[in-house]
Design a binder for this molecule. Structure first.
Ligand code: DAH
Length: 347
């Protein structure tokens, strides 16, 4: 019997080592350990063996069973791995180029932002940053925006609930609320409080307004702000800067015009238009670009600069609106959907 068991294991090992498919495996398994298999047959023969030999023989059969089971497990593992490899198909060659290896590109808003910063750096402006969570002081109060100004209405501005604390955004006044900044003009105040004039900064960033999203509105969008503070700054300097910036961005033939307007933090204040007829996708004579003006003496007073000594100009613009005009994009929501078919057009 011992010999028979040994022989069984030798045969099982030889047979299972060459089996590569499931049907062959299943029939080998049935023949070895199934109810009508060889091992079961040997168990049945126990009855004809002398009583005192049975325990030893039972032990031998059990050991043989375990060995056969281990051989079966090994064979099955090999077959499953082969099936998986067949499903995955031929080996992946990681050195081949990707099937869609079009050139990567910056987002159109990033392109305009970077181009504007590059143009402004050339004439001495440094890039400044400010937080998107702000307090009423930086966003409104220090910019001479009265408490009853419509921009401060909770219908237009996102306020945080009372009691919330932002450890890294210090409040200047105990009663003021936290909000999401509605414009990048808040960076003017932060920069002036941090340093001393002369100041020349450009600050691009995300801003938030309580607008219902449609083709021309989005609850968050992007602006770019400029601030220049020095002695004897005049409207001529402001006009010269904008002439230079937009000639660099849109071409030498670009003209800039000012239209009188009102902003609380500049006096005089203007809206800025750029001539557009030479731009292929802009089908109007003038396109509105942003707002600007001479820094109001009240703003200087708020940040502790002597308004009798210091003068300056400020300018702010929306990046989406410019991009939409320039590229003929008719829905602002395309900027945020990250559809590759849209983004690829700016490669
Ligand atoms: N903050 C204004 C806005 O969001 C834009 C603006 C106007 C910025 C005049 C300025 C400025 O710096 O002087 O519509």
């Amino acid at each position: 019997m011992q010999e028979l068991l040994k022989d069984l294991i030798v045969r099982a090992r030889a047979e299972l080592s060459v089996i590569a498919e499931r049907p062959a495996f299943e029939s080998a398994k049935a023949r070895l350990v199934g109810p009508n298999g060889e091992l079961t047959a040997m168990m049945k023969r126990m009855g004809s063996v002398a009583k005192e030999e049975r325990p030893a023989l039972g032990k031998l059969i059990n050991e043989a069973k375990q060995q056969v089971q281990a051989l079966l497990d090994g064979a099955l593992e090999r077959i499953v791995a082969a099936e998986m490899a067949a499903q995955l198909g031929p080996q992946v060659d990681a050195t081949l180029p990707a099937p869609d290896a079009g050139p990567g590109t910056f987002h159109p808003l990033t392109q305009i932002r970077e181009e504007m910063c590059r143009i402004l750096r050339k004439v001495g402006f440094a890039v400044a940053d400010g937080p998107e969570v702000e307090t009423e002081y930086y966003c409104f109060d220090a910019l001479s925006t009265p408490v009853d100004h419509p921009a401060r209405d909770p219908q237009d501005t996102f306020y945080f609930p009372e009691g919330l604390q932002f450890a890294n955004i210090a409040k200047r006044n105990p009663g003021e609320r936290y909000l999401l900044r509605t414009h990048t003009s808040s960076v003017q105040i932060r920069t002036m409080l941090q340093g001393q004039p002369p100041i020349r900064i450009v600050s691009p960033g995300r801003v938030y307004r309580r607008d219902t999203a449609d083709a021309t509105h989005s609850a968050n969008f992007h602006q770019l702000e400029c601030l220049y503070v020095d002695r004897n700054v005049t409207v001529r300097d402001l006009k010269a800067l904008l002439d230079y910036v937009f000639a660099s961005l849109l071409g030498k033939e670009t003209k800039i015009r000012f239209r009188p307007h009102y902003f609380g933090y500049t006096e005089p204040s203007f809206e800025v238009d750029a001539s557009a007829l030479h731009l292929p996708k802009v089908n109007k004579e003038w396109m509105e670009i942003g707002g600007c003006g001479m820094v109001d003496p009240e703003v200087f007073a708020a940040v502790g600069y002597d308004p009798a000594v210091w003068t300056g100009y400020a300018f702010g613009m929306g990046l989406e609106r410019l991009a939409m005009n320039l590229y003929g994009i008719d829905d602002i929501r395309y900027f945020y959907q990250n559809d590759a078919r849209f983004l690829k057009q700016f490669a």
